[in-house]
Design a protein around this ligand. Structure first.
Ligand code: ADP
Ligand code: MG
Length: 378
């Protein structure tokens, strides 16, 4: 008997899965309508779902204790569902708000995406819920529509002002590829990323730290970017051309805003350069751009932290071609592009450095570009 049957007393109608992600480059660009380059992780959230005849929603996560959360689709109010259930409940709320009348459902979640590690466990939960509802209610939603629903749930129901990167990555990524996404129109292209062919590995270092006030700082960065765009008279920082950056910076009085703008504009440029190198089959050469991106996030955008800097600096010193924090920052994970022969040395150096600094052991694993959200065969 499956967990779902044990919990709800019925067999599921189907099973769906949506992955976590790492972002190869393009950080804090999504809410500036810029460019990102994520890949899906093999880690994913799986939802098994039984549709109901009434308007009740029963939610259970294997990963957070044994309580079933029971809600009514007729009484979903932003901010009033505590804890983890706000993510799937918010998706139902967003779908109903978009005019879709849903059947009730019993949903069991099981996820192996580490939570709070900057690997988008929240987006995995949202996207898997949105896809399951779409299929069971025959809504036929596209990947961008699923992502928008997930983002709306997180922004307005949970209350986290995230951009669209995480949900689009989870909904749209393709095995063996990175997704070159234009967050302005949600158009994109899957770019082949065959690391093995070039003798490369992408390591993820989950520092296991999450610093307090990260959400507040995220909101402040967004506001600073909006202030920069306003000072320059453009809708979003995406509209500041790289060639005009110096002139644009000279027109901004506030020193902090000036540095935020410099990060976003140079980061969009780095995404384009990484994509050009990958298209040319020169993945080994993207390393310095990854590290440059980290330095920009550390010094100009000021969203790194000592643990992420330690992971990046140590990985690079031990043989990585380049490394950077990934995700929103203030903790979470870093990535390192490493030649196969240096994987063990880099892993050991980072583990030793954390032990030497009196930090908890980081979790280190390999990121192999995995598929995006999908219905699973049962
Ligand atoms: P990240 O998305 O980087 O992992 P967030 O803070 O955005 O970090 O989201 C983490 C939250 O998502 C958790 O605190 C929890 O509320 C929810 N969540 C993620 N995975 C699960 C899960 N398997 N079961 C229940 N809740 C989950
Ligand atoms: Mg998240």
């Amino acid at each position: 008997m499956t967990d779902h049957q044990r919990e709800f007393g019925v067999a599921p109608d189907g099973a769906w899965s949506a992955p976590g992600r790492v972002n190869l480059i393009g950080e804090h660009t999504d809410y500036n309508e810029g460019f990102v380059l994520p890949l899906a992780l093999p880690h994913s959230a799986v939802a098994t779902v039984t549709a109901r005849a009434d308007r009740t929603l029963r939610l259970r996560s294997r990963d957070v204790g044994d309580r079933v959360v029971e809600l009514s689709l007729d009484r979903l109010v932003p901010g009033e569902v505590p804890g983890w259930a706000a993510y799937p409940a918010g998706v139902a709320w967003a779908l109903e708000g978009a005019g879709h009348r849903l059947r009730g459902a019993d949903i069991h979640f099981a996820s192996d995406v580490p939570t709070g590690a900057g690997l988008s466990s929240s987006a995995a939960l949202e996207v898997v819920t949105a896809l399951a509802f779409s299929d069971l209610n025959e809504l036929g939603l596209t990947a961008p529509e699923l992502a928008r629903i997930g983002q709306l749930a997180e922004n307005d129901f949970v209350g986290m002002p995230c951009g669209i990167l995480d949900q689009m990555a989870s909904a749209s990524c393709v095995e063996g590829h990175v997704f070159h996404l234009d967050t302005r129109d949600l158009g994109g292209r899957q770019v082949p990323f065959d690391m093995a062919a070039e003798g490369l590995r992408l390591l993820v270092v989950d520092t296991r730290v999450k610093h307090a006030h990260a959400d507040g700082a995220y909101g402040r960065r967004r506001a600073e970017c909006e202030a920069g765009a306003a000072a320059l008279g453009v809708p979003f920082l995406r509209d500041v051309p790289f060639d005009g950056l110096e002139a644009a910076l000279a027109r901004i009085d506030d020193e902090a805003v000036r540095r935020r703008v410099r990060h976003v504009v140079t980061e969009d440029r780095r995404v384009a350069r990484v994509v050009a190198l990958l298209d040319a089959g020169r993945a080994r050469e993207i390393g310095p751009l990854l590290t440059e991106g980290h330095v920009s996030l550390r010094d100009d955008f000021e969203v790194s932290c000592p643990e992420l800097d330690l992971a990046v600096d140590t990985a690079n010193a031990a043989g990585a071609l380049g490394s950077r924090m990934t995700g929103g920052g203030f903790g979470g994970s870093a990535i390192a592009l490493v030649p196969e022969e240096s994987v063990a040395a880099v892993g050991k150096a980072v583990t030793d450095a954390f032990a030497g600094a009196g930090l908890a052991a980081p979790r280190i694993f390999e990121a192999i570009p995995a598929p995006g959200a999908r219905r699973l065969p049962v």
